[in-house]
Ligand binder design. Structure first.
Ligand SMILES: Cc1cc2nc3c(=O)[nH]c(=O)nc-3n(C[C@H](O)[C@H](O)[C@H](O)COP(=O)(O)OP(=O)(O)OC[C@H]3O[C@@H](n4cnc5c(N)ncnc54)[C@H](O)[C@@H]3O)c2cc1C
Length: 492
């Protein structure tokens, strides 16, 4: 039975903004705009707590964006687990990669009208400590049960007096005679199909977006691989408060991170959108042998239970928001490989930039809003390109399926083992605090040249011609896995 206050939204007025979807990004857009004085309608097809295996580890760049928006307390009181960095395993060896020092990253920008009464700071709870997040030496991320985090975001939104929440399925984006977007048609239980008018309609309907093609019929993602997930209970993780990336020359990447005191998520990459017919056998043969020893008991229990869940891994470069009255944001606009846990961070930083660009405009002035949205497309590139390209490039290396990629995978791990800038820069990109695409390019090719150097070292004087040939192949492979995506992100 739906709460009546969720179905009686007024359809006789024109809202400043209609937000389609209350996942990670929708509530942040709605709250930000409401705090800027806009009248906002947010439509979600199901306000009950979702149960999904996505969006469970947030990088420091995402936490910082929540601080900018005055919404960071959404990570409080949900048993969220602090994350202080990553540990990468490769064929049994490991390297720790702590998150960057705060001193190396600029201060968090606090958005006017959004940040007030200390809402830009976490509060103390059982696991999150103000002193660690505010005064700790290093940046911190956080991991949580996705649905609990969403509930908190939605509760913050619900408190805004300028926000009207509506439960219903958006079935059509409404347009006028000149093809400008003027609102949305919503199918509401007990009320039927109702048209709502808005000056600007934000599409935040996520990975399986129905409405992203309103921007362009070609705005569709490609899916190259999947993740198979399980919940591990009472797992003994090898590196507490770290994301674990388990790599090896004989298997696909495996991710492990603790999302609550009891629950640890494991995501196992499968190099095809179509899952294996018998997932359990695939797990036994291709994942189980590579699980670190301390995790085995909880892994074996989960395997026995057989509760497998899967998600496709999609890639979608962003496009200009060039349709009057429409703005795509979040996964509807832009997706990358989830290997590096960057989706929420990109989306939340997009919200910060969006509010800065258009938050103070009059949305009935649709031309000015459109101009600013076009600018916004170019301004978001530096930040988003780094996270997006990194995710694809690392997945290509970590899921290596040919000799040159396998060499690069090993070279990448050996590069991390050197420490210093060889760790500091990559983790800066990954954590969303170093938005410098050219520096990313330099580091990626430094990894490639280091891999080539290792080849020469390995082959010795007599093997010089073979190493030279291998080196050329490695360089060509590196160019092939990196440059098309960098180019695609920049020109799109
Ligand atoms: C396997 C996997 C793991 C991931 N792990 C991470 C991670 O660890 N860290 C990270 O940062 N990112 C991760 N991501 C990415 C992250 O989940 C997304 O970037 C993020 O959820 C995008 O937020 P969103 O608001 O755009 O979409 P969503 O969070 O998907 O929200 C969309 C909302 O729209 C609603 N909706 C859809 N259609 C309609 C409609 N027609 N009418 C009304 N409502 C509608 C849905 O019910 C939903 O609530 C992962 C992705 C995958 C695939």
């Amino acid at each position: 039975m739906t709460d009546a206050s969720l179905t009686n939204a007024d359809n006789s007025i024109t809202y400043d903004a209609i937000v389609v979807g209350a996942g990670v990004i929708g509530p942040c857009v709605a709250t930000g705009l409401a705090r800027k004085g806009k009248k906002v309608l947010i439509v979600e097809r199901d306000w009950a707590m979702p149960d999904r295996i996505v969006g469970e580890l947030m990088q420091p760049g995402g936490v910082r964006a929540l601080e900018s928006l005055g919404m960071v307390q959404a990570i409080n009181n949900i048993d969220a687990y602090p994350v202080t960095g990553y540990t990468v395993f490769f064929n049994g060896e490991k390297v720790d990669i702590p998150y960057p020092y705060k001193a190396d990253v600029g201060p968090v920008e606090k958005l006017k009208d959004l940040v007030k009464d200390g809402n830009d700071k976490v509060i103390d709870d059982d696991l999150i400590r103000v002193k660690d997040y505010e005064n700790g030496e290093r940046e911190r991320g956080v991991a949580f049960v996705h649905g609990k985090f969403l509930n908190n975001l939605r509760a913050i939104t619900a408190k805004e007096k300028n926000v009207t929440r509506l439960q219903g399925n958006v079935i059509e984006i409404l347009k006028n005679a000149t093809n400008e977007v003027v609102g949305a048609k919503v199918d509401i239980e007990g009320r039927g199909k109702v048209n709502f008018k808005g000056h600007l309609t934000f599409i935040c309907d996520g990975i399986f977006s129905h409405f992203r093609t309103e921007l362009n019929p070609n705005h569709v993602p490609t899916v190259g691989s999947s993740f198979v997930g399980m919940s591990l209970f009472n797992a003994k993780v090898p590196a507490p408060m770290h994301g674990h990336v388990i790599l090896g020359s004989k298997h696909m990447p495996i991710l492990v991170y603790q999302i609550s005191p009891q629950e640890t998520r494991i995501l196992c990459a499968y190099n095809s959108p179509k899952l294996p017919g018998d997932i359990k056998s695939w797990m036994i043969n291709n994942v189980q042998p590579f699980i670190p020893e301390t995790l085995r008991p909880s892994f074996d229990d989960a395997l026995q239970q057989g509760k497998f869940r899967s998600m496709p891994n999609s890639y979608l470069p962003a496009r200009k928001n060039d349709v009057t009255g429409l703005c795509l944001i979040g996964d509807s606009l832009n997706m990358r490989h989830p290997l590096t846990g960057g989706g929420m961070t990109v989306g939340l930083n997009d919200v910060v930039l969006l509010i800065k660009k258009i938050g103070d405009l009059d949305f009935s002035d649709r031309e000015t809003v459109l101009d600013e949205l076009l600018d916004y497309h170019f301004e978001r590139k530096s930040y988003d390109t780094v996270i997006n390209v990194l995710s694809i490039a690392l997945y290509s290396l970590f899921a290596a399926d040919n000799k040159n990629l396998k060499d690069l995978q090993r070279g990448c791990f050996k590069y991390f083992q050197r420490g210093g800038d060889c760790v500091k820069l990559p983790v800066g990109f990954l954590s969303g605090v170093l938005p410098r695409p050219l520096l990313l390019t330099r580091v990626f090719f430094a990894v490639a040249f280091y891999t080539i150097y290792l080849k020469f070292e390995e082959r010795g004087f007599m093997g010089f011609p073979v190493a030279l040939l291998e080196g050329i192949m490695i360089l060509i492979t590196a160019i092939k896995v990196f440059t098309p995506f960098l180019f695609g992100e920049f020109i799109g």
